[in-house]
Design a protein around this ligand. Structure first.
Ligand code: NDP
Ligand code: 2IT
Length: 447
């Protein structure tokens, strides 16, 4: 770090939040970008804006008890970290995955503050979730879990207070059960309290596609400033969930070829390009594992159990599964194999060592908090439609998303240039996002 005040802040964060490794990592990455800001704006340091941003406004941890189909009692832990409300109501997804603990939710909530600021929409930052794993549970069990989870969470929510959405393990089915229970307890049809809703009950067209589409728009812009395009590029997309599927869809629409995707068990390699209809059938309709794609395909698609997807040669890599899925060695392999752009649909998928490898090799590197902001931006568009009791067409909503993504890219690119680091989207995104939140916090006084 350039500034020893920042190093001290980081050490304090580590000490005050022991054993929250991913949270430390997310804080470090932002603080590493802020030296030039403190040099220009010393009053922000005096008023301890950074220390305040690193401390969540409110953290809620609660017990979730439910009964499985055999009548056995199950106990999980629920979280909602309401990190920062300087720019609007708390906003951010819910993650249901067995790896969830406070450190994961805090890293995601911290990232969300800056991401949401970059969208230019009036939304603060939050994240929540549970160590509950929806995989392997029946619809009825998922419903009972969601109802129990919302029975505690509802008192902390509201369209002007806190508006959750999906993330890993939380899609349309879970949002339906959560909304149903909220509506029942609150006795109000408060559409704007959750986003990612079904199209027949207050959802927005394009929300399902938005994170993946947005990440591809960002990748397209990164290549454009280098006088290049996505057309004809060989791409690898990790994951096979919501973000991965719609990343693949938009890449294909723009003429790129996606040769592989994955889940936590392995990857599929399809030299002719992923068959998206088959992938959607396997993952979205039947909720199967990715090996079923290769089984059904029959025509050359190969399933590689426990394979490392980053060993597949590609020009564009779009990590869309989870945090820290690309380490320094994976990054070096990608570079060696000719990768020219990495654009993150997932949150913090590249380790700090991996980021250094990409930056040293002058790979166009689009970090998650900028590149995957299209999901939450379209959530904010869903909130707008709910507030005005309106619903927009697919074309109009996608055009709004495209404009927002192009604007985020421009902001990051120009800010990096202004601070003497042209092409460094990490610096550009962290500084631009931070300044928007810091200026609002500063205007509010000591709160
Ligand atoms: P889904 O639950 O729809 O899909 C997640 C995919 O990632 C699955 O293929 C899953 O495989 C894989 N995955 C999850 N955890 C791990 C793990 N620990 N190791 C290996 N693979 C894993 O989630 P989303 O597509 O919504 O989310 C993917 C990423 O995008 C996350 O980082 C999320 O935070 C981020 N994101 C999501 C947004 C959204 O709107 N949904 C918005 C912005 C970012 P398996 O089935 O085997 O678990
Ligand atoms: O990480 C993210 O930005 C999301 N999971 C989406 C959050 C949202 O509120 O739409």
């Amino acid at each position: 770090m350039i500034d020893e005040r920042l190093e001290q802040i980081y050490q304090d964060v580590v000490q005050r939040n022991p054993a929250e490794r991913e949270f430390h990592q997310a804080v470090r990455e932002v603080l590493d970008s802020l030296g030039p800001v403190l040099a220009k704006r010393p009053e922000l340091a005096e008023r301890k804006i950074i220390e305040r941003i690193c401390e969540p406004e409110r953290q809620i941890i609660f017990r979730v008890v439910w009964q499985d189909d055999c009548g056995a009692v199950r106990v999980n832990r629920g979280f909602r970290v309401q990190f920062n409300s300087a720019l609007g109501p708390y906003k951010g997804g819910l993650r249901f995955h067995p790896s969830v603990y406070l450190g994961i939710i805090k890293f995601l909530g911290f990232e969300q503050i800056f991401k949401n600021a970059l969208t230019g929409m009036p939304i603060g930052g939050a994240k929540g979730g549970s160590d509950f794993d929806p995989k392997g549970h029946s619809d009825d069990e998922v419903m009972r879990f969601c109802q129990s989870f919302m029975t505690e969470l509802y008192r902390h929510l509201g369209e002007y207070r806190d508006v959750p959405a999906g993330d890993i393990g939380v899609g349309g089915r879970e949002i339906g059960y959560l909304f149903g229970q909220y509506k029942r307890i609150a006795n109000e049809y408060e559409s704007g309290v959750l986003t990612g809703k079904g199209l027949g009950w207050g959802g927005s067209l394009v929300r399902k596609e938005a994170t993946g589409y947005g990440a591809v728009f960002f990748a397209d812009d990164m290549l454009k400033v280098r006088n290049d395009t996505l057309e004809g590029k060989t791409c690898v997309v990790s994951g096979a969930g919501n973000v991965a599927i719609y990343t693949i869809e938009k890449l294909q629409q723009l003429g790129a070829k996606v040769v592989a995707c994955s889940d936590s068990n392995g990857y599929v390699y399809d030299e002719c390009g992923i068959d998206l209809d088959l992938l959607k059938q396997v993952k979205e309709v039947e909720r199967l594992r990715i090996d079923a794609y290769a089984e059904r395909h029959g025509n050359g698609a190969r399933y590689v159990p426990a394979g490392n997807i980053w060993e597949i040669p590609c020009q564009v890599a779009m990590p869309s599964a989870t945090q820290n899925e690309i380490n320094g060695r994976d990054a070096a392999t990608l570079v060696k194999n000719g990768c020219i752009a990495v654009c993150e649909g997932a949150n913090m998928p590249t380790t700090p060592e991996g980021i250094r490898v990409f930056q040293d090799a002058k790979v166009a590197y689009g970090l998650g908090k900028a590149a995957n902001a299209g999901g939450v931006a379209t959530s904010a568009l869903e909130m707008q439609q709910n507030a005005s009791r309106d619903s927009w067409t697919f074309e109009y909503t996608e055009a709004r998303l495209a404009t927002i993504m192009r604007e985020i890219h421009r902001t990051c690119y120009e800010t990096a240039g202004e601070y003497g680091a042209p092409g460094n989207y990490v610096l550009g995104a962290n500084i631009a996002g931070f300044l928007r939140v810091a200026d609002a916090m500063d205007a509010f006084g000591l709160v």
